[in-house]
Design a protein around this ligand. Sequence first.
Ligand code: TRP
Length: 445
Amino acid sequence: MLESRGNWSTKAGFILAASGSAIGLGNIWKFPYITGDYGGGAFVLVYLICVAVIGLPLMISELIVGRRSQKNAVTAFEKLHRENSPWKIVGWLGVASGFIILSFYSVVAGWALAYIFKAIVGFSGTAEQITGQFGGLAGNASDSVMWHTLFMGMTIAIVIGGVKGGLERWSKILMPSLFIILFGLMTYGLFFTNGGMQAVSFLFKPDFSKLTSEAILSAMGHAFFTLSLGMGAMITYGSYLKTQEGILKDAIIISFLDTLIALMAGIAIFSLVFHYGMEPGQSVGLIFKTLPVLFAETGRWISVPFFILLTFAALTSAISILEVVVAYFIDEKHWSRKKATLLLGGIIYLVGILSAVGKWTVPFRGSDQGFLDIFDYISTNYMLPIGGFLTCLYVAYVVDEKIKQSEFGSSGALYMTLSILLRFVTPVAVFIVILNGLDLLPFVE
Ligand code: TRP
């Protein structure tokens, strides 16, 4: 007998799960550090514009494709076009992206998990000793693999639980906890450190002289990653929706919450950075090197919640990536959920070992690089934007006008705006990101 595909039990459950997918390492680890690197306010402003102009229309598109088709990310493309439609290649690209993204995502999330325990022990010693701990973890293959194993195991366990009993149930627990912890940390940063006001002005006062064209393009790429767009995650989550109204509202709420969490994380982190007179541009090391140095001053009651928060956020994102892959094999190959999750999760876990063992490098773009960086680079800069670009064209030019209008719920001015964005604005903007990834733009350094 076929297992039923599963559904969200409530609208709120869907919103929490989809926000859980969007809110992840992208918000709490990546957003603050790239904002720091690109100089603050002006970068944030461009990122906000990208969320509105690229992110929101694409989120609506993916949700429409998913909800209408009631299918996984591959079959959905056939369902709204025709049997054996070539557009299903876009879905396969998404499934392939899922394998790659989750494999390295789980390694970084494993570090977050490891840092919960480091925080419980406490950060102490000189700044070099504390920052050195990160190299000690990331550079130690067996430690990294062990934490990756643990995190991937948690992800697999939740996905085996299914849509209601796994994805929705855990998002309902983890997301509100995450919000409370982050609210506490932000309040602490704003009112109990001397860096709060400086953090706010760093994030919200644009200094356009710092805005390079590369920063603009990075802001666009990040909008994809942080909103979980371009690989069918929102198609898959949308396909478990039954209700017939409110896609615009849902997409706005999810994008808003995602953006809010990123900004709150930015305030919490930069308050500490400025309080202790550090430089905001610390790159990848901001969370795992700079913050622990500051945490040595603040103590465990800030650091332990922070890494728990980071792990929760990563977990509700990781399950959404695995679900994209699993849903395809359940729908199309008629595998049981348990078999699909264990087998595919297992393969992704094995691929992840390439990233966990930091010492293994291969020549890539002119230097020897580790798999983690290469996988992150290829998926974020090529696979997601290409997937998003094609999804956008598919919805704009292939999907029947009547289907779109009925899913969107109106044919008025808002719908016209969406149509124009999808036809002309969003794909052009995304195309620029892709060209940038390929170094084909003359005006980008
Ligand atoms: N959005 C998540 C984050 O910010 C990561 C993520 C989850 C993702 N699902 C995705 C990224 C699908 C791209 C595609 O951490």
